[in-house]
Design a protein around this ligand. Structure first.
Ligand code: GCU
Length: 338
């Protein structure tokens, strides 16, 4: 969307949003409108899951809750969406764990490169309520809580010019990372020049050669069209960073017990919906990307790992993070060699 139109949409949304902070109702007092913001396109599994959320919640509350889903950064980039959810100007948003680390340090551990040994390890941690419930709740006082998680696959490097086949290939390259200290540090350790920016700006930055590449899952190549510009995608598999569905905590607390349960159950349901849809969407994205002329590479992973493992040491100096880190490691499959 053109930036000007987008800004207009944001301003309009904020004007209406701010006038209803703390109550989120519309002219019809019996109906609560809940705005849900995210930064993906309408074909993305997260959007499809949120449309499912809308259907379930509206049906079960007999339309007493009206869920309105705003994709494509319509209500602002992800950082703004999270901050607006914090204040209550937006009710629900999707935030990558990369961004959430600046709201509570517990989230930062998930941004460690090569934290998980496999998809099974990753999913078993994310589905472990003993690990996740406390983390979802850790931002309650600052304005929002986590409801559930969405799979965002594994993150890999992609570039416009030459493929990244070893860490040395990153030297002198400007690579977009998410707005997260851990991600910036990771890119420094790998030898690239970290360029943090919001997701919606990446396409133009690649096109105008402001950056040489980025790192993300395969869906960025198709849903966000990055594959039109970046033709080299290297599976160095440095991270698996999920997205979290967050909700303004006062709003959640203000709901009747019945409506709160409907929201929480619907969140659980769409977690399964999204996770189940993920693999097929990735396969589709790879096929489409190949048709667009994107080449996929499978570099040796060990040299990348070696560069970034010091970050594990650095982060686990913090005692609370160390406890969480150990819990996560203990869930790793037994044959793990890390
Ligand atoms: C993924 C993730 C988004 C995130 C984006 C990014 O697409 O699902 O939540 O915003 O990466 O790199 O910014």
């Amino acid at each position: 969307m053109k930036k000007r139109i987008k800004m207009l949409a944001i301003s309009l949304a904020l004007v209406t949003g701010l006038s209803t902070v703390g109550c989120s109702s519309t002219s019809n007092d019996d109906v609560r409108v809940m705005r849900v913001a995210h930064n993906q396109g309408e074909e993305h599994p997260i959007h499809l899951a949120l449309k499912e959320f809308e259907k379930i919640v509206e049906e079960k509350t007999e339309n007493k809750i009206d869920i309105q889903v705003y994709p494509n950064e319509l209500l602002g980039g992800q950082r703004e969406a999270v901050e607006l959810t914090q204040t209550g100007a937006i009710d629900i948003a999707v935030g990558s764990i990369s961004l959430l680390e600046s709201f509570n340090k517990a989230y930062s551990v998930f941004n460690l490169p090569y934290l998980f040994d496999s998809t099974e390890h990753y999913h078993s941690v994310m589905n472990d309520v003993d690990i996740m419930d406390g983390i979802y709740d850790s931002t309650r006082e600052s304005g929002f809580v986590g409801l559930t998680w969405f799979d965002a696959g594994s993150r890999n490097m992609y570039t416009t010019d030459k493929p990244i086949l070893k860490p040395e290939d990153l030297k002198g390259k400007k690579i977009r990372v998410q707005q997260s200290q851990t991600n910036i540090r990771m890119m420094e350790l790998l030898g690239g020049s970290a360029t943090p920016m919001s997701f919606g700006e990446v396409y133009t930055a690649l096109q105008q050669k402001v950056i040489d590449g980025a790192e993300n899952n395969e869906l960025a190549l198709t849903n966000n069209k990055h594959g039109e510009v970046a033709k080299h995608y290297s599976y160095n598999q440095h991270a698996m960073i999920p997205d979290i569905l967050i909700m303004n905590s006062k709003l959640l607390e203000s709901l009747s017990e019945e409506h709160r349960k409907i929201i929480l159950d619907a969140a659980d349901e769409i977690n399964k919906f999204e996770v189940d849809a993920w693999e097929d969407k990735v396969n589709e994205a790879v096929k489409q990307s190949e048709e667009m002329g994107v080449k996929f590479y499978y570099p040796e992973i060990e040299p990348f790992k070696e560069k970034v493992l010091p970050l594990h040491e650095e982060m686990t100096q913090d005692k609370e993070i160390k406890i969480l880190y150990d819990k996560i490691q203990n869930k790793a499959p037994k044959e793990s060699t890390k």
